[in-house]
Design a protein around this ligand. Structure first.
Ligand code: C5P
Length: 208
């Protein structure tokens, strides 16, 4: 069976940087599943949809059919020829994506898209090891203390560290249902580790 490595974890735990570096070391594609939820949120906001209306959100996804392109240089999301990537990581999307991603029909749609991707790959998200790729051979779950995550994210958002920490805690709370570690996942608290140390630890696990 082709190798699938899942790297799940809480918001701003470093999942996407880690997944990207692990994939690079193993010469595999990496897949950032959260981008599809972010794309769903961008489309819903643009269309002024009611974010509590799961059926309307699913209909928009089916209509616009955003595609996740797992480029090694950085995953992208396209709607037709329109590249949504630059609109995915804003404070507004951060604030609404948890509400959008909690609808089961929308989660099923994302799961189906991801299951079409041909392994091998490294995939990161919240429920990759538990719900989407339970058959994965290697599963990790990253955490870090909220203040550490807020500091790391601070470089990417135009907000104070306190505001970011508040937003992260809020997202943790809303994402809790879809963020339980997969059975058999190795838990890794990255608070006191740098990126390369986390990558090295995961590569050791893959080679073991
Ligand atoms: O990983 P990222 O922070 O980009 O994910 C954005 C949001 O998408 C998360 O806060 C969560 O609400 C949702 N998500 C999810 N399941 C995944 C990946 C992301 O529910 N596998």
């Amino acid at each position: 069976m082709a190798l699938i490595i899942t790297i799940d974890g809480v918001a701003a735990s470093g999942k996407s940087s880690v997944a990207r570096r692990v994939a690079e070391e193993l010469r595999l594609p990496f897949v950032s599943s959260g981008l599809l939820y972010r794309a769903a949120t961008v489309l819903a906001l643009r269309e002024s949809l009611d974010l509590s209306d799961g059926a309307a959100l699913l209909a928009a996804l089916e209509h616009f059919s955003p595609r996740l392109i797992p480029d090694a240089a950085g995953n992208r999301v396209l709607v037709g020829t329109d590249d949504l990537t630059g609109a995915l990581h804003t404070a507004e999307v951060d604030a609404h994506v948890s509400q959008v991603s909690q609808h089961p029909p929308l989660r099923r749609w994302v799961r189906e898209q991801l299951r079409l991707l041909p392994p091998p790959f490294v995939v990161e998200g919240r429920d990759m090891g538990s719900a989407v790729f339970p058959e994965a051979a290697v599963k990790y779950y990253l955490t870090a203390r909220p203040e550490v995550r807020a500091r790391r994210r601070g470089a990417e958002r135009d907000l104070s560290v306190e505001q970011i920490e508040w937003a992260l805690r809020e997202r943790d709370r809303q994402d809790a249902a879809q963020s339980a570690p997969a059975e058999g996942a190795v838990l890794l608290d990255t608070s006191d580790m740098n990126l390369e140390q986390v990558v090295e630890r995961i590569l050791e696990g893959v080679r073991a």
